[in-house]
Design a protein around this ligand. Structure first.
Ligand code: ADP
Ligand code: GN1
Ligand code: MG
Length: 382
């Protein structure tokens, strides 16, 4: 059931350059950060939908910079799709609808920031993976996205959240939260805190390779969870990469790692039955094949080597962030129940363990694909 929106969506919607008659709006999607609503308009007898989004300005302190990045990235992708005469291209990139003032976003007097997109029809974002083709298609779409933005000229993109994937800094923030323990929640999370403390040394590994020049900085998406790509509902083709708020300089492995976290496990991110939480090697293989198909030719040897590790690192990092948020009072991620962030942390840590147990097998599999990149879909050698 969709909740009815707490905002006057008609009023907000009508401040954008949308023709026709507003019919109604309802809340949409399962993102943890922004508030999204789908609005329907009658345009000459056809029902047309738009997505209105309230930008979380507690998380994104400079919505103007987020939107400046957003406009540069989407304009660049549109240009590429146009030049290559890609079919169905209005469903393959986000299209921003300007405000009646011609601005890319609306700033309300109450301090809220809103933006609007063309709603991409006949697609869905998938919260939990259902079948292997989704993993391959999602990875291909994010890989293609990385390649598209790689050719973007101009100044460095804004860092919309500084140190977003700086795992050592995420670890320090976690330690500070344990020490300050403002809500006396640390005692109830002792097992998870101990698990996290034992893995300190893992945090530095990618950054060290980057400092040694073995892993380059690229423009990356940085939030490549499975539900941030829209898949065609009929064919499952990866249509459009969304949630571009954190597109900024980063390491390609952050993107692959978050795909491993969210597209190789059949359990939900907040699954409480940890016996259901594991990395499925068949899904990992589809994911790696899709990603390497899209970007294999420009990854460095170190990037390819570290693909299995990246899944473990990012699962750990996001687990740490859920745990930190739990300790600090659930201020950052939206929660639906008490202990929700702690549940999410447990799931991530269970996944870390499962990836670790299969790291060698995953490395052998990557080596095989990298040597022989043309693999038929689903031809898994388990
Ligand atoms: P959040 O930062 O909260 O995760 P997203 O930008 O990912 O916000 O959007 C939330 C959800 O809205 C997505 O998971 C997706 O299901 C849906 N969505 C976003 N943009 C579009 C679009 N242009 N067309 C259709 N659905 C969309
Ligand atoms: C958030 O916005 P959403 O739900 O796609 C978060 C990611 C986390 C993810 C965990 C800006 O992503 O970093 O990995 O939740 N986004 C931000 O599910 O913090
Ligand atoms: Mg999202």
């Amino acid at each position: 059931m969709h909740k009815s929106p707490p905002w006057n969506l008609r009023n907000i919607s009508e401040q954008f350059q949308i023709f026709g008659e507003y019919i109604g709006a309802e809340s949409f999607g399962n993102g943890h950060i922004n508030d999204s609503y789908v609005a329907t308009y009658d345009q000459g007898g056809a029902r047309i939908r738009y997505l209105h989004q309230r930008i979380n300005h507690t998380v994104f302190k400079r919505p103007d910079q987020v939107m400046e990045n957003f406009q540069r990235v989407t304009a660049h992708i549109c240009r590429i799709l146009h030049e290559q005469e890609v079919p169905d291209r209005s469903r393959k990139s986000l299209t921003l609808v300007p405000t009646k003032e011609g601005m890319p976003f609306l700033e309300e007097t109450n301090g809220n920031f809103w933006r609007s997109f063309v709603f991409i029809e006949r697609t869905a974002s998938c919260d939990v993976i259902e079948f292997p083709r989704q993993a391959r298609e999602a990875a291909k779409a994010f890989g293609m996205f990385q390649k598209q933005v790689a050719s973007m000229g101009g100044a460095r993109l804004h860092e919309t959240i500084p140190d977003f994937h700086n795992t050592p800094k995420r670890f320090d923030a976690f330690v500070n939260a344990v020490e300050s323990d403002p809500l006396n929640r640390a005692a109830g999370a002792k097992t998870e805190i101990d698990q996290a403390l034992r893995r300190r040394e893992m945090c530095e590994i990618l950054l060290r390779l980057h400092q040694r020049g073995e892993i380059p900085e690229r423009i990356t998406h940085n939030d490549t969870k499975l539900n941030n790509v829209l898949l065609d509902t009929d064919t499952q083709e990866g249509m459009c990469v969304i949630d571009l708020d954190t597109v900024m300089p980063g390491l390609a492995l952050y993107d692959f790692g978050d795909l491993v976290r969210t597209a190789t496990c059949h359990a939900a991110e907040d699954e409480r039955d940890l016996s259901k939480v594991s990395m499925c090697m068949e899904l990992f293989r589809e994911l790696a094949a899709g990603y390497l198909e899209a970007v294999g030719d420009w990854l460095t040897a170190a990037e390819i080597d570290m693909m299995p590790f990246s899944g473990k690192l990012i699962s750990f990092e996001i687990g740490l962030r859920f745990l930190t948020d739990h300790l600090l009072g659930d201020d950052y991620f939206k929660v639906e129940r008490p202990g929700h962030n702690l549940d999410r942390c447990r799931t991530q840590f269970a996944l870390v363990k499962s990836i670790e147990e299969q790291e060698e097998e995953a490395a052998a599999l990557i080596g095989g694909i990298a040597r022989n990149p043309v693999i038929e879909e689903g031809s898994v050698n388990k």
